[in-house]
Write a protein that binds this ligand. Structure first.
Ligand SMILES: Cc1ncc(COP(=O)(O)O)c(C=O)c1O
Length: 459
């Protein structure tokens, strides 16, 4: 029986009865009912009523080539018929992860040549955490195991991902994080820069927090620093250009590995294949997932720098880690085809040279001036809109986070899917957006802001 045999109401009832959703207040969901998305095409998603919604989030930061790509379905189908599954344990391999690893080594920054697969970004970060600690143990420095991360960073929802991330409400529910992870300030100038402090100086000060944490622990105790090049779930927080090169300089000075979490930024989002290239840095690990398959299959790839992989090979000894679905042949077949599409259609260059700059300009010209907007910012096709009560003082509506939800709900009613995190509206559309799609999005967002303002001013 297919879902078409059920009415929308029935699907919602069954959903409420049996399905626990991620990151959800289940009491609230029961009251409101879920929005059921049944199909999608190009940049649009459609709900069970047939309502068309422009997807400003590429699903969950992942559908970079847009929806309805038959080529990806065909790649999965062909692979499933030939070999649906075999593992890569016990000295076995299958062809698609082999070829995908070669392709990723070609696309990645030059010092990164090996790949470890999982099914999600969280799993890849678990791998990364274990791998860097294993690396230092192999190097004869097992006590060099502390990881420095950032407040408000998001690195996934497994125990290790939650511990690496800097989300306090998640830590509270965890009831005991993975030990030896510390969190330093984030590079978020809008709220944290001092009066009169330039962006450049703020970037250096935020990087200095990493150095302070290293010195506090002692460099011989610090394994690595991990960060998202642009903090995503924390609110598309784009660091000043001075930040990453300075963090890299500090990591090198104290022989601390640099781990980038590019689960969102990987595969074109910032106008380069990887944001490491956008910011001109050379990390030792790059966590990727999401857009690797444009979300058509669950797959993550931890890209591992030569420094680490050389030690693994030279010192030997089993790394006791891996997943049943590491290097899943179907997921890897889809990833190969997805990367082919991104290359063939020049989507990365398009974001860098055309749609990215146009998106930035459109947000500035059409959204930034709105009474509810404190700041807009973007990099490539990733943007944020800060919702404020007072533009001049940056005062927010209370309770915190409540105003952005009002904007979001109006946006969806206007046919525009946006996400609200805290007081920030987030955009991360498919890379197939054109200038016309950007214009359409701005029209809908501007209308949603007007409607939200009318509601909020009544409070
Ligand atoms: C930067 C970052 N790292 C890790 C993750 C976790 O990925 P997943 O949800 O696939 O486990 C996410 C998910 O949004 C993310 O944004």
């Amino acid at each position: 029986m297919t879902y078409q045999n059920y009415s929308l109401k029935q699907l919602q009832q069954i959903d409420a009865a049996h399905h626990l959703h991620p990151f959800t207040d289940h009491k609230e969901l029961r009251e409101a009912g879920s929005r059921i998305i049944t199909r999608a095409d190009g940049p649009f998603i459609y709900d069970a009523d047939g309502t068309e919604i422009l997807d400003g989030m590429a699903g969950l930061w992942c559908v970079n080539v847009g929806y309805g790509r038959n080529e990806l379905a065909e790649a999965a189908y062909a692979q499933m018929k030939e070999l649906p599954y075999y593992n890569s344990f016990f000295k076995c391999s299958t062809p698609t992860p082999v070829l995908l690893s070669k392709k990723l080594a070609e696309l990645a920054p030059k010092q990164v040549g090996q790949v470890f697969y999982g099914s999600s970004g969280s799993e890849a970060n678990d791998t990364a955490l274990r791998l860097v600690r294993h690396y230092w143990a192999l190097e004869g420095k097992p006590e060099k195991n502390r990881i420095i991360s950032r407040k408000m960073g998001y690195h996934g929802s497994t125990v290790a991902g939650t511990s690496l991330g800097g989300m306090e409400p998640m830590h509270k529910q965890l009831g005991g994080a993975v030990p030896n992870i510390v969190h330093v300030m984030m590079p978020y100038a809008y709220e944290l820069a001092l009066p009169g402090e330039s962006d450049h100086d703020f970037g250096l000060r935020a990087a200095k927090a990493v150095e302070d944490a290293i010195l506090e622990a002692g460099a011989d105790k610090v394994a690595a620093f991990i960060g998202e090049p642009v903090m995503g779930a924390g609110g598309v927080k784009i660091p000043p250009l001075s930040y990453w090169p300075e963090v890299q300089r500090i990591c090198r000075k104290y022989d601390v590995l640099l781990m980038l979490d590019e689960v969102i930024t990987g595969y074109g989002r910032t106008g380069e294949w990887f944001a490491a290239q956008t910011f001109g840095i050379e990390p030792d690990t790059i966590t990727t997932a999401k857009a690797l398959t444009s979300g058509y299959q669950p797959l993550s790839a931890l890209l591992v720098g030569d420094r680490i992989s050389r030690t693994l090979v030279e010192k030997g000894g089993e790394f006791y880690h891996g997943y049943t679905y590491s290097g899943h042949p179907v997921a890897c077949a889809v990833a190969l085809k997805n990367l082919e599409i991104i290359e063939r259609e020049g989507l990365v260059e398009r974001v860098r040279n055309d749609t990215g700059p146009y998106f930035a300009q459109a947000l500035q010209e059409r959204i930034a001036g709105h009474n509810l907007v404190g700041e807009v910012r973007s990099i490539g096709l990733m943007g944020a809109i800060e919702i404020v009560k007072d533009k001049a003082t940056k005062e927010r509506y209370l309770p915190s986070g409540s105003a952005a939800v009002v904007v979001r709900d109006h946006a969806i009613a206007q046919g525009m899917m946006l996400r609200a995190t805290g007081d920030t509206m987030i955009l991360s559309p498919p890379l197939i957006w054109t200038r016309e799609t950007v214009d359409m999005a701005c029209d809908r967002i501007a209308r949603a802001l007007d409607l939200a303002e009318a509601d909020l001013r009544k409070r």
